[in-house]
Write a protein that binds this ligand. Structure first.
Ligand code: SAM
Length: 276
């Protein structure tokens, strides 16, 4: 591919190959220019090494690689999080569970919070930053993901206890004032696993058994033993799983069981309170 020599050329060669929003983001990251500069100064010259980096990213994006993997980060809840091939790329939908958690944490004094399956740390770190009176613990089965979460916590100056292990194993015997989780919830044979960005994300962050509910079932069942009386469990889940997740929570003894809709109007988070 011929190297573009100006900002305008760079956007021009991306036309028809990748989404224009993605092209602008890649060019901003490669060049260090602001969005306003891309629009206002299309004649600005591109150094060869910048043009090379941009063209490399353009080809890889065209082949399907997620933008977040190319630039190595993704914004979530107003902060930049480092992401790698070992972590889920934080989704805007997941900001709902953060909002619901913050509402509840504001009512508590020095609450202990647990984020199960923290990945990049997006949920746990957002809570630690917004609720500085909370003590946040983040767990993940993946050592590589947990290392990214710990690194993000350090870069964002968020106090975070990171523990590796299978769901509740690292917090055996502990109780929390709030548990949040965005666990894997896709069925193993779901056709979406072969489409878009998810093709490049770890299957261990996405798939939970034949119906996608293995991990949610496990968390719902074990959570009561790790919650203070009346404390909330909030779970993110798939677009069509709310009814089943509410039934699982009720069967596990939770009260005030309900679901909340995301900005697209989809029931995206369900939760309940541990019995008093
Ligand atoms: C859907 S991702 C969510 C990541 C992050 N919380 C977010 O919202 O962007 C699920 C996470 O659960 C972790 N996980 C999968 N199985 C697990 C298990 N058995 N115990 C603990 N964590 C697990 C994965 O490694 C992954 O980081």
């Amino acid at each position: 591919m011929i190297l573009p020599t100006t900002l305008g050329d760079a956007l021009q060669i991306a036309r028809g190959r990748i989404d224009s929003v993605d092209a602008k983001l890649l060019l901003r990251e490669a060049s260090g220019c602001s969005a306003a500069t891309l629009v206002g100064f299309p004649e600005r010259a591109l150094p060869v090494e910048v043009a090379q980096r941009y063209v490399d990213w353009l080809s890889r994006r065209e082949a399907g690689e997620p933008v977040a993997h190319l630039v190595g980060s993704r914004e979530f809840y107003g902060h930049m999080f480092r992401v790698t091939a070992d972590t889920l790329i934080p989704r805007p939908d997941t900001e709902l569970i953060v909002e619901l958690a913050i509402e509840r944490l504001k009512l508590l004094t020095a609450p202990a919070v647990l984020d199960l399956g923290t990945g990049s740390g997006a949920i746990a770190i957002s809570l630690a930053l917004e609720c500085q009176h909370a003590n946040v613990t983040a767990t993940d089965a993946s050592a590589a993901a947990l290392a990214v979460a710990a690194d993000n916590a350090q870069c964002l100056s968020a106090p975070l206890r990171c523990l590796r292990g299978n769901w509740f194993e690292p917090v055996s015997g502990e109780r929390f004032d709030l548990i949040v989780s965005n666990p894997p919830y896709i069925a193993a044979d779901d056709i979406h696993l072969g489409q878009g960005d998810v093709r490049f994300e770890p299957l261990s962050a996405l798939v939970a058994g034949s119906d996608g509910l293995d991990d949610i079932r496990h968390i719902a069942k074990l959570s009561p033993a790790h919650l203070q009386p009346g404390a909330w469990l909030l779970l993110e889940h798939g677009y069509d799983q709310a009814d089943t997740v509410r039934a699982l929570l009720s069967a596990a003894g939770f009260v005030e069981v309900q679901s909340w809709r995301d900005l697209a109007g989809i029931q995206r988070v369900s939760g309940g309170r541990a019995a008093y």
